[in-house]
Write a protein that binds this ligand. Sequence first.
Ligand code: PLP
Length: 454
Amino acid sequence: KTESTAWHQDIAHVVHPYSNLDAHSTLGPTVIARGDGCYVYDEHGKRYIEGMSGLWCASLGFSEKRLVDAATRQLNTLPYYHLFSHRSHPPGIALAQALTAVAPEGLNHVLFSSSGSEANDAAVKLIWYYNNLLGRPQKKKIISRLHGYHGVTVASGSLTGLAHVHRDFDLPLPRVLHTDCPSHYHFGLPGESEPAFTQRITDNLEQLILEEGPETVAAFIAEPVSGAGGVIVPPAGYFERVQAILKKYDILFIVDEVITGFGRTGRMFGCETYGLQPDMMTVAKGLSGAYQPISGLLLTDAIHDTLRAGSRKHGAFAHGLTYAAHPVAAAVALETLHIYRDRDIVGHVREVAPYFLEKLDALAEHPLVGQVRGVGLIAAVEITADKAARKPFEPTAGMGAWIQNRTMEYGVIVRTIAHCVALCPPLISERQHIDELFGGLSRALDDALVHVRA
Ligand code: PLP
């Protein structure tokens, strides 16, 4: 890698999020300088197919002119305003209308923020406020799942079920609990069938609620398909059973659609793919195709009615951010929703997904692959040191980084998390892009096999 001026300045001055800064100081950055469709180019002009849509977000690729024009128009009209103190602005209003029109039934109200973490923080605070309004301040616990990912701020980081997100920050917060991850591959007992596994882990959820006392448990949060925790596709019947338990104990269901929203699973929302009926839903990433930072917390009429009536006697929900529903971000998100509609992006995903999943399935035979899993245009390839025993490589072997780096040498960007390679290409991907993505990945896996056996 040529060490450019930018490369040196990056090491000298940029604190990289979620990164081992010591390793970074010698490895240095891959400086991505421009994008075009499903491709990005580094500062030396090398082209990569972006198999992860950046961070699971650039659904429309990297050169959508309509979004650039929407931002420019808004910057020229009203570059900033807010929604505090009974002010409003046209893009915020139009986006709220358009978003609630496509959202699952009953989610007719939206509170905007700028990131997925903030949307989930807002959900936590709103649930606590809501139960205060209802005169049941003891009902504040929130159950999340191990290996779920909901962000990194203090509240959303607590919801995230990953030890390294908690370790150095004394998280989770006391009122956040975690239950099983629904991955049969990783957590099924020896000889346990998938239906038996599903029964056992949902029994565990009910048991946890009973031990804590249902009168203390306010909500359960889940991604329809867990993304950053390793692309966990739920087993059949899992969410059906979970929802029945939540109903039985009067526990709200928050669905985190930050990755799965807007077509990723082959339906507009993961809620539709898995038959979920949320009381609250969070969205971000694909909401604006990642061209602007914006997120939303959607609420049902029932919750909103309570907030409205309650705030009359209790006082306002004292939460809001300067850039919530930023007009430029809102205008871009509105245009993104129009593009999804005009180009039938969900229909396109349903058309190319079988091809994507066929290519994925073909990798299952590879000696280093323990399992492949996916739905729509999101997938994972589980890397294993011992296929029969489902044993991963030791972290010290650095296999994830090795495969990721080799894939990049072949001009393909994927992301290794835990023991899997995640794939989440732009929703506009065509067969040729899918061929390139899997072409680079399978060459890297073949090389990895030679490397392991050497
Ligand atoms: N929820 C899910 C499902 C996510 O995947 C992420 C980020 O990857 C978040 C929440 C947090 O979003 P952000 O990074 O925008 O705060």
